[in-house]
Ligand binder design. Structure first.
Ligand SMILES: [Zn+2]
Length: 234
């Protein structure tokens, strides 16, 4: 490797430090100081990846190499594909559901992993039923869904299935428990109420995304509700 002049080394280091600091800068009126949890990545196998309408999976046809069926209750008619999640999240998901169960709350998996092909079909069906604008606000295009990473789960309340994948899930015992405690297991509510302009999606009280214990706790402590705000990206 060619030796760099000392002044150039200084500039390179300074730019690197500035870039690292800006990663965690908040984009809105939040002023809380945050601990360093990790840097934003585009790797779809990382718990820190941000996937949204501006940030597709790379590659768009990505599939996790370590899909597993978690040992938790499953929706009765769940597909073989959707009952899987990334092996990265399996221990935390199982621990979270077990902890809820100990308090008499039975959470099941409505939908975990969805492949590119599955999501394409799902989005087409939404679009046929609701038109493109509504479909895009409620369902991701193939290659742009967090479900394709295997890091996201739609969860339901076994004792109140009428609210599965509906806004009233927030009022169920499972929904309330998850809202309060999911962060302890590394999960965040990915599409909070009133954040559509930031996340691109309407409120989904049933959709949880694994980001790891440290990031979930840091977001909670600092009252940052979305990954986009945490990493200061669109
Ligand atoms: Zn979902």
């Amino acid at each position: 490797m060619k030796k760099l002049a000392p002044s150039l080394v200084f500039i390179v280091v300074a730019v690197g430090v500035a870039a690292a600091m800006s990663v965690h800068k908040l984009s809105d009126s939040q002023t809380a100081e945050k601990g360093s949890v990790g840097t934003l990545t585009n790797s779809p196998s990382s718990a820190l990846v941000v996937v949204n309408k501006q940030r597709p999976l790379n590659p768009k046809t990505y599939a996790p190499a370590d899909l597993k069926v978690p040992n938790i209750p499953l929706r009765s008619n769940i597909t073989d594909e959707e009952k899987q999640v990334s092996g990265v999240i399996t221990p935390s998901l199982e621990a979270m559901v077990a902890a809820a169960s100990e308090q008499g709350i039975s959470i099941n998996l409505q939908s975990g992993y969805r492949s590119y092909a599955f999501q394409a079909k799902l989005h087409d069906e939404y679009e046929m039923q609701q038109g493109q604008a509504v479909a895009d606000s409620q369902s991701a295009q193939a290659g742009y869904s967090e479900h394709q990473t295997g890091l996201a789960v739609d969860l339901g309340d076994v004792s109140n299935p009428s609210c599965d994948v509906r806004n009233c899930f927030a009022t169920t015992s499972a929904g309330k428990w998850l809202t309060a405690d999911a962060y302890k297991y590394g999960f965040i509510l990915r599409y909070p109420l009133g954040k559509q302009s930031i996340t691109g999606y309407t409120y989904e009280p049933w959709h949880f995304r694994y980001v790891g214990d440290k990031l979930a706790k840091s977001m909670r402590t600092n009252r940052v509700n979305t990954l986009e705000q945490y990493f200061n990206v669109q």
